[in-house]
Design a protein around this ligand. Structure first.
Ligand SMILES: NC(=O)c1ccc[n+]([C@@H]2O[C@H](COP(=O)([O-])OP(=O)(O)OC[C@H]3O[C@@H](n4cnc5c(N)ncnc54)[C@H](O)[C@@H]3O)[C@@H](O)[C@H]2O)c1
Length: 401
């Protein structure tokens, strides 16, 4: 196990593009916003292209850089490995890091399939014996309004949960000439809209309700089956391909919809799409219970809609709670009431809870076991869709939510 010197927690991050930038922002700000027992040192970032990673290290605030993640893991002045690469490398990097005694934060989905996710859980379980901590980056749990939703449901404000209605909608690949980036390749991404954004609403709804998805009936579709092969594989920011370029097969879903049953008796609908024209990052969760309803919309992330059916009929209606009070989750660290926060704060909150858990010697959430639970739902959705939407049971890993 690595030692934590001078109350520092020294982080090494792999990947410096979209999530790498979001995580860097979190590591940079976490000690400024929160009073923590450990001070984060952004020790080194890893990328394969030396010139680019050097520039990224400078821009994002890292002390140094390396060009091979194995080098990062071998360093004894690093305590945490933060995995911000595509899913095809999560298992290999994470398992090696845990074997080297590093704490690991790994981006979602945990892996590209159940077998890899299970191997990561096994490695995390073994490492836990030596006090090594692991977390999977389902960051939307840490949007204060979503965290408040969980608190209100746990406090019984909605009574018995009847309905869960969750969508995560984007439109960034509606153009058929958008290139075949890694997110559209099964061997690199595992699945498409399902594992990328569907995984978020699976985790979020299970977390908010405290119920697990027990069975699903699913449909998936790939609307554009071939796309231009880009000269340089990139992420969301890839530009459209030029004329005359070669085309390759899209091997993931563009959209996935499924119905589900939850362990507490609720029934649910889920929709994840990259073809919802006009929806940029439209994550919306509505929960209806016997005593009321709650609605969260990521595009209005400082608000929570609450319908309280216990009020006199004349006073009932959806109320907008502005989630900026110091009493609200994480908000006491930020600004006066009404001074809203943004997307990036969810990553700072995630870093805060991770650092706190490492310092206290407790297991942060979402654990790898919880992330395996999401992977098992993704797997059931894919199997159901492949068999004509057959009702498919979801295997349940053991964990305390
Ligand atoms: N939590 C969220 O909301 C959220 C949002 C987007 C992506 N993600 C997840 O984050 C992960 C990364 O996605 P992204 O959007 O940042 O992708 P991206 O394409 O923007 O960045 C991936 C980075 O990984 C690097 N990389 C790939 N293989 C590498 C290797 N072997 N060694 C070193 N670097 C390597 C690339 O060079 C790049 O810097 C994925 O698992 C994705 O699902 C999570």
């Amino acid at each position: 196990m690595s030692t934590i010197d001078n109350k520092e927690l020294r982080v090494g991050m792999v990947g410096y593009a979209f999530m790498g930038a979001a995580h860097s922002q979190a590591w940079r700000t976490v000690n400024r916003a929160f009073d923590l027992p450990l001070r984060v040192r952004m020790a080194a970032v890893c990328g394969r292209d030396e010139a680019k990673v050097a520039e990224a290290a400078d821009r994002l605030g890292w002390d140094g850089y390396v060009t091979d993640w194995r080098e990062l893991i071998a360093r004894d002045d690093i305590d945490v490995i933060d995995v911000c690469t595509p899913g095809d490398s999560h298992a290999e990097i994470t398992i090696a890091a845990l074997a080297a005694g590093k704490h690991v934060m790994c981006e979602k989905p945990l892996a590209n399939n159940v077998a890899e996710a299970q191997a990561m859980v096994d490695a995390a379980t073994a490492a836990r014996e030596s006090g090594i901590r692991t977390l999977c980056g389902f960051n939307y749990r840490r949007v204060p309004a979503a965290a408040l939703m969980r608190q209100m449901i746990a406090a019984g404000r909605l009574g018995v949960i009847r309905h869960v209605r969750a969508v995560y909608l984007q439109d960034w690949i509606t153009d058929p000439n958008f290139p075949l980036v890694w997110r559209l390749q099964q061997e690199r991404a595992g699945s498409g809209a399902l594992g990328d954004i569907g995984a978020h609403i699976i985790d979020l709804t299970q977390h908010i309700t405290g119920q697990r998805i027990t069975g699903v009936s699913a449909l998936t579709e790939t609307f554009v089956k071939e796309r231009p092969i880009p000269t340089e594989m990139s992420g969301l920011a890839a530009s459209s391909a030029a004329d005359g370029q070669a085309y390759g097969q899209v091997t993931v879903d563009d959209a996935a919809v499924f119905t589900a049953r939850l362990s507490g008796g609720a029934i649910a609908t889920y929709e994840a799409s990259r073809f919802a024209m006009g929806r940029k990052n439209g994550l919306r969760v509505e929960i209806n219970g016997s005593l009321g309803s709650l609605v969260f919309d990521l595009e209005r992330l400082n608000e929570l809609e609450f319908y309280d059916a216990t009020l006199p009929a004349a006073e009932q209606g959806f109320n907008r709670i502005l989630v900026t009070e110091p009493e609200h989750p994480y908000l006491s660290a930020w600004w006066p009431p009404g001074h809203i926060i943004g997307y990036e704060h969810s990553f700072t909150h995630q870093a805060r809870d991770f650092v706190q858990a490492v310092a206290e010697g407790t297991d942060p959430h979402p654990s790898f076991e919880e992330a395996l639970g999401v992977q098992l739902v993704l797997d059931a959705v894919q199997r159901s869709a492949a068999s004509g939407s057959t009702w498919t049971q979801v295997a349940q890993p053991q964990y305390a939510a």
